[in-house]
Structure formats: structure tokens, C-alpha cells
Design a protein. Structure first.
Length: 306
């Protein structure tokens, strides 16, 4: 039976540090960081994530704004909004919540954010720096995963790391970070042949493909560390009971909200893995904490406060 690897405690520690530094800067320099989240359209999950980020800014003493824009906004109008934020002295971080409506090209939009304000670390300049193992703003979820492993003294060096999912948000930047930490990295995706066999070679397995409970015990090497990045909405009560048995918290979720959040990893994996991050309370809280730290870092770099 493995150990649940919660991200909550570390997330709290990171946020405490950010909060202290923000209050120090406000006292000594009379300045505070500012973050703007841009939501294009009305994607429900994106609305929830942005609200969580906004609440966290409030707790940190970071100024925050959410820009709600219509789904049919044209690319040049959106880029001109971003340009205005690029110019604003009081704004240090700009994040465009993904996914964007299909009419917008994320590459073109992200490219219009000033790299020093790109607190998501998705701009080609920041991703290039990451590939070259240089200091810079790095994507929050992969950064959270690396910090969690380091914090628990789970070494990456020399380990077989298998990442399922090749997204810009998690899979690709995480592969670069794991490589920089001297892991031996394989990225798998929907076209990978013999996926479960490849996964079963991993000392560290990261599931980030967005398919609820897809990673079953046959994907797992005995004693592996398993990181579950999935955030899937499960509405089917019977399916929930077949996965989790009698689970009061999840039953309450379905009764009150109509869904319960589940990861990409099947709950039975805990019996084979050494460590498994839960969903919720695993990697999610770290993503938000690292966004706060990135915003503080961007602020300090822009204002020459380091
Ligand atoms: N959508 C899901 N995760 C993220 C994230 O970390 N940043 C942005 N901008 N969009 C997301």
C-alpha cells in the first residue's frame, strides 16, 4: 500500500513565503505585484480555475483583475487588449486561460504577451529558456510537480520518467524540466503503441492526458511514484461507486454539485505504487501556489527588487 502524496502542505508553505514577501515589498517600497487573468468565452472549468487564482491573489495581497471577453472576439482585438496590459506599469503578470475558443490560435495570442509578464511560462521565449536550462518563468503545473518531488526527497536523477500526455501546459514543459533534472524521459500520447507496457517501465509516472481513471494497476511498476495531473468531471454515480466504493465526500459532491473531480489514475493504483498524488488536493494546489510565486518573481525582476 502506497502513500498519498498531497500537494496541499507544500502549496501552503510556498504561499506563506509569497505573502510575506509581498507584504515586505508593500511596506518597504509601497508597491505590490499585479496579475490579470483573461477569460475568453464562458468555459465553466476555466471560470472556476480563474476564480481560484483570483482568491489566492487576494490572500497573498497581490492585485488581481479578470478580463472577461466574448468567445467571438477577433484575434486583433484580443491582442490589442493584451498590448494594453503589456504597457501597464502596475501589471506584472498576464495569463490567458486555456483552452481558447477554436477560432483563436493560442500560439499567436500567447506570443503577444510580453515574455517578462508571461507568468504561465508558455511564451516561446520562456519555453526556449527552459529548453536551454536557463533561469526564467516556467509553467506552473510542471514546476509544482518538480517541487513536490524535491520536497519529498524523491530523486529524479537517473530515473526512468514516463509522461502520458504531450500538452503545452504539462507534458512538453515537464519533459524538459525532468530532463534538466537528469531524468531519462519518455513522452507517451494517444498514438503510443503498447502504452501500458511503456508506462510500466517508469520509476516516475506522470498521467496528464485527461481521461478519468485510465491508468490502471497494469500500467504501474511495483514501487513507482505516480503523479496524477488529471482533472475530470465525473457525473455518473454508479461509475463513482465502482471506482471508490462508499465515499461520502464524493457522494456529497455528486448530490450537491452534480459531479466529483477524479484524476487520470485509477484509485487501485495506490496498492501498487509507492507514492500517488490524490485528486483533488494533489498537484492542483501547487499550480496555483507556483502561479503566485511566478507573479512575485516577475514583479521583482521588473522592478529590480531581487
Ligand atoms: N488551463 C489549464 N491549466 C492552465 C494553466 O496552468 N494556465 C492557463 N493559462 N490555462 C490553463
Amino acid at each position: 500500500m502506497g502513500i498519498w502524496l498531497e500537494g496541499k502542505t507544500l502549496a501552503k508553505e510556498i504561499k506563506e513565503k509569497v505573502k510575506k514577501e509581498v507584504s515586505y515589498c508593500l511596506k518597504k517600497k509601497n508597491q505590490k505585484p499585479g496579475l490579470v487573468g483573461i477569460l475568453v468565452g464562458k468555459n465553466k472549468a476555466s471560470q472556476v480555475y480563474l476564480r481560484i487564482k483570483e482568491r489566492s491573489c487576494f490572500e497573498m495581497g497581490i492585485h488581481s483583475e479578470i478580463l472577461n471577453l466574448p468567445a467571438d472576439i477577433n484575434p486583433s482585438a484580443l491582442k490589442s487588449k493584451i498590448e494594453t496590459l503589456n504597457q501597464r506599469e502596475d501589471i506584472d503578470g498576464i495569463l490567458v486561460q486555456l483552452p481558447l475558443p477554436s477560432s483563436l490560435d493560442p500560439y499567436e495570442i500567447i506570443n503577444s504577451i510580453l515574455p517578462e509578464k508571461d507568468v504561465d511560462g508558455f511564451h516561446p521565449y520562456n519555453l526556449g529558456n527552459l529548453l536551454m536550462n536557463q533561469i526564467g518563468l516556467k509553467p506552473c503545473t510542471p514546476l509544482g510537480i518538480i517541487e513536490l518531488l524535491k520536497n519529498r526527497e524523491i530523486s529524479i536523477e537517473g530515473k526512468r520518467v514516463v509522461i502520458i500526455g504531450r500538452s503545452l501546459i504539462v507534458g512538453k514543459p515537464l519533459a524538459a524540466m525532468m530532463t534538466n533534472e537528469n531524468g531519462t524521459v519518455t513522452i507517451c500520447h494517444s498514438r503510443t503503441k503498447n502504452l501500458s507496457q511503456v508506462a510500466a517501465e517508469a520509476d516516475i509516472l506522470v498521467a496528464a492526458m485527461g481521461r478519468g481513471a485510465f491508468v490502471t494497476p497494469e500500467f504501474i511498476k511495483e514501487g513507482a511514484t505516480v503523479v496524477d495531473v488529471g482533472m475530470n468531471y465525473l457525473t455518473d454515480r454508479e461509475k463513482m461507486e465502482s471506482l471508490f466504493g462508499k465515499d461520502e465526500k464524493r457522494e456529497k459532491d455528486i448530490n450537491e454539485k452534480g459531479y466529483t473531480l477524479i484524476g487520470d489514475v485509477h484509485p487501485l493504483v495506490i496498492e501498487k505504487a509507492e507514492y500517488l498524488t490524490p485528486v483533488p488536493r494533489g498537484v492542483g494546489p501547487l499550480t496555483v501556489a507556483l502561479l503566485m510565486r511566478n507573479t512575485l518573481d516577475a514583479f521583482k525582476r521588473r522592478k529590480n527588487l531581487q
